[in-house]
Design a binder for this molecule. Structure first.
Ligand SMILES: [Zn+2]
Length: 153
């Protein structure tokens, strides 16, 4: 049985329902993002003591929820998740650009421009080392997400 239930206005016609249980800290949300296992803002804002657009529910308990979330260690977990998520986005962008560069080098070689085999190899080496660097970033992101999912079920 949840300690608190809120209706929160979202992009859907019907408001989403967020339930909060303080001990142990567990928060659910009926939004599509949550259904797909994503970390939705309806829950994270609530746990950080912010009002994510509550249309029904007692907002006077928000500080108590934030206090409970702090006691359960939510803020640092969320901060880590956000940082790793940003690193992952940078890593993905870098890989996309390097892959594009590599494909362009290959295309130029194919088209018979004055591109040596060495340039294609160099582009491939840079891409491969970026892929190697991206692995641990992805693993760290998945780890941070798994930690959050113990709370945001
Ligand atoms: Zn949600």
């Amino acid at each position: 049985m949840a300690d608190y239930i809120f209706k929160i206005a979202g992009s859907a016609k019907e408001p989403y329902e967020v339930s909060v249980t303080l001990s142990p800290l567990v928060v659910t949300c009926s939004c599509p993002a949550a259904a797909f296992g994503s970390v939705c803002k309806h829950r994270t804002q609530l746990l950080l003591g912010k009002n994510p657009g509550i249309t029904d529910g007692d907002v006077s308990v928000l500080p108590a929820i934030a206090q409970g979330a702090a006691a359960a260690g939510f803020p640092p977990l969320f901060k880590r998740y956000e940082a790793v998520k940003a690193d992952r986005a940078d890593s993905t962008k870098k890989l996309e650009n390097l892959f594009k560069g590599y494909k362009e080098e290959r295309l130029r070689r194919y088209l018979g421009e004055l591109k040596t085999e060495r340039q294609v190899e160099k582009a491939r080496d840079i891409l491969e080392s970026a892929i190697d660097e991206a692995g641990p970033i992805e693993a760290e992101f998945q780890g941070a997400l798994a930690e959050l999912r113990k709370i945001l079920i």
